[in-house]
Design a protein around this ligand. Structure first.
Ligand code: SF4
Ligand code: SF4
Ligand code: SF4
Length: 320
């Protein structure tokens, strides 16, 4: 069967969807709730295309083409629909892509990564990060500490004493090691999701549950490098959600599914990929706007690490 995609003639193979035929021919169509070779159901609308003859908008991940279709993947109308679909997903996505402290450090110290090493008791690694980003001189001595002003913990009770911890770590007698490969630093043009303002219930929850030595909330998203929501939001020039934040999901609740696999429900866009691709694993709870994806404790053994790769956001991630 022959169709055209963006005026290019394409031969469609038996059983292929529009999205699969396009990708096989090097035409990129974004998708959130589709993963190659996995069970999925169309729902996110991010893969929308237009059939020119009929004027219909179609979800390309679930539509099997018919002879002679003329598919448009890149007109302004299509881009507008996809942008709206992304903004809708973001309106329910209370999460920080990057830690606020790291983003404002005048000397580009990866504050969150350093604090993660500190909280894990890996002082050699914490010191290596400080050395890598500061060189021989502790830059905090001449700095007004925008990191402490931007610290999210400060909106809960009191900011993390970042400068004191840096000085403490820098003065430690520890083995010299190389910093582990750091997550790439990103420019200002990259999309940043923001968690918004914590409500009183969330503040109480965070005060009681964040008991790490530094008191840091570890705001940076562990799945941010591979996150498709972030990548597409960047590609489509989205600065922030037009719809505002409205998620009822518990902010910063991180669940240990297994030794390696973590789950952060507030970052879940309810695409269902983890539900359809585990037997007695993840499942939907409730319907409609209140629907959530959960994993009952007795099902956790049926989850597997590869789910972190098919999850389109950082909701499922491999713990560092
Ligand atoms: S809570 Fe931790 S990661 Fe978040 S802004 Fe404060 S120091 Fe940075
Ligand atoms: S899941 Fe993606 S969009 Fe959400 S905080 Fe993580 S990196 Fe950002
Ligand atoms: S946790 Fe599951 S349902 Fe939620 S975004 Fe990831 S794969 Fe989709």
């Amino acid at each position: 069967m022959k169709i055209t995609i963006d005026n290019k003639e394409i031969i469609v193979l038996e059983g292929e969807t529009i999205l699969e035929a396009a990708r096989r021919n090097g035409i990129e169509i974004p998708s959130m709730c589709y993963a190659e070779g996995k069970r999925h159901r169309a729902g996110c609308m991010v893969c929308t295309v237009k059939e020119r003859k009929s004027g219909r908008m179609l979800t390309s991940c679930s539509t099997k083409p018919t002879e002679g279709m003329e598919i448009d993947t890149s007109s302004e109308e299509v881009i507008r629909q996809r942008t709206m679909a992304l903004e809708l997903l973001l309106s329910d996505h209370r999460a920080d892509c990057e830690a606020p402290c790291t983003m404002v450090c005048t000397h580009k110290l990866d504050v969150e990564q350093m604090l993660a090493a500190y909280d894990a008791g890996d002082y050699a690694q914490a010191q290596a990060i400080i050395r890598r980003d500061f060189g021989d001189k502790i830059a905090c001595d001449d700095c007004k500490a925008p990191c402490e002003k931007a610290c999210r913990r400060g909106t809960v009770d009191k900011a993390v004493a970042i400068r004191d911890i840096i000085r403490e770590v820098a003065a430690m007698k520890v083995e010299m090691v190389e910093p582990a490969a750091s997550i790439a630093k990103l420019g200002k043009e990259i999309f940043f999701s923001r968690v918004g303002i914590f409500n009183q219930k969330e503040k109480d929850y965070l005060r009681q549950t964040t008991t790490t030595p530094s008191r840091c909330l570890h705001c940076a998203c562990e799945g941010r490098e591979a996150c498709r929501l972030r990548r597409y939001s960047t590609d489509y020039g989205i600065k922030r959600s037009r719809y505002g934040l409205s998620s009822k999901l518990p902010v910063k609740l991180r669940i240990d599914v297994s030794e390696r696999l973590g789950f952060e429900p507030a970052k879940c866009i309810r695409c269902g990929l983890c539900v359809y691709n585990t037997e007695n694993g993840f499942t939907f709870l409730r319907r409609g706007f209140d629907m959530q994806v959960i994993i009952p404790e007795q099902n956790m053994a049926n989850a597997y690490d590869e789910l972190a790769e098919i999850c389109p956001t950082g909701a499922l991630f491999i713990k560092k």
